[in-house]
Write a protein that binds this ligand. Sequence first.
Ligand code: SAM
Length: 364
Amino acid sequence: MNDEAAAATPSPSAGVMERGGFYNEHSQPQQDAGGFALPWIEEAARAAPVPGDGGLFVIADYGAAQGRNSLAPMRTAIRAVRAGRGAEVPIAVTHTDIAGNDFSALVRLLESSEASYLRGAEKVFAYAAGQSFYRRLFPDGQVCLGWSSIAVHWLSAAPATIPGHIWSPRATGETLAAFAARAEEDWRTFLRHRAAEMRPGARLVVVGGGADEAGDSGADGLMDLANATLQALVAEGALSADEYRRIVIPTYNRTPAEFMAPFGEPDASGGLVLRRHALEVLPDPLWQAFERSGDTAAFAAAATDFFEAAFGPSVLGAALESRDATAGQALAQRFYAGLRQRVAADPASGSCRWRVFLMLIEKP
Ligand SMILES: C[S@@+](CC[C@H](N)C(=O)[O-])C[C@H]1O[C@@H](n2cnc3c(N)ncnc32)[C@H](O)[C@@H]1O
């Protein structure tokens, strides 16, 4: 199978977060990234159009995963709507994600968490939709307010595998160009669908997993360690060379210029307008805890759990699906033990300073 064909048949686990609530437990960096935009969602919610005559105020959460990191932005948005012109309006929050997402963990969290925005809320209703945000998810003009955090760097599919690596910022030449082209097409598709779904005057806040203008995502060191761990598994015979060759994380971290490009062309953005943007560099909360404790093993475990939560199913999914449960568990344990060892031996490389690009978008 050539690179294109290998990438065209992704595992059902591609893009999915580690199940069983594991992502909720190990996604502090993503929560911190969303935290940058809480004032933005508050402002957006205050400015968003409130339907009259008992109509629903529809909030869409695009790429919600297991929901923990959506609780604060949704609560912030609901409060802002209630404090403004929407004191009485019924509010519907729809959490969207791909079909393989662990929606059960999300629903349980909404029911049980002290931090759930449903606690004590009047006329607030929660829903889930299991379809890709690269297609239409709502009828025309229904969404009043949109939120998407650390999700749009996940592509509709990887356009190719990456020789000698699993992480697109480490691709070069034609392979890197194929990722950039897919990311451009996907971002335009995302915006055009959102434009159709939004009411006139609606706002959309996107926290994009990004890169700086030099293309640095801030996580390349951790990805190098994961890649070296996989190569060691091949050398030991635990993973076949062909299995390794097909592993690719289907993401692309866009630069600010790439995020902003469609807004200059009405056809590309569906007429949406970029009102404000900012590039932020995320401090690494796991590294900060390591600096306080000096505990290398704890840092290595936390960095590996973070990797597993966000990237484990994309990296190991196909290999696990082709093994029985016992052999799959043994492979996973070996991979994560190997990654922990590599992070412990080189903690600085395991630290991530993720670049995030914040956007406040409006449908005029
Ligand atoms: C890193 S998680 C972020 C989740 C959450 N928003 C947060 O801030 O923690 C990325 C999410 O995007 C979802 N995702 C990936 N591709 C998607 C697509 N095409 N449509 C909808 N969601 C997608 C993944 O399944 C995952 O749940």
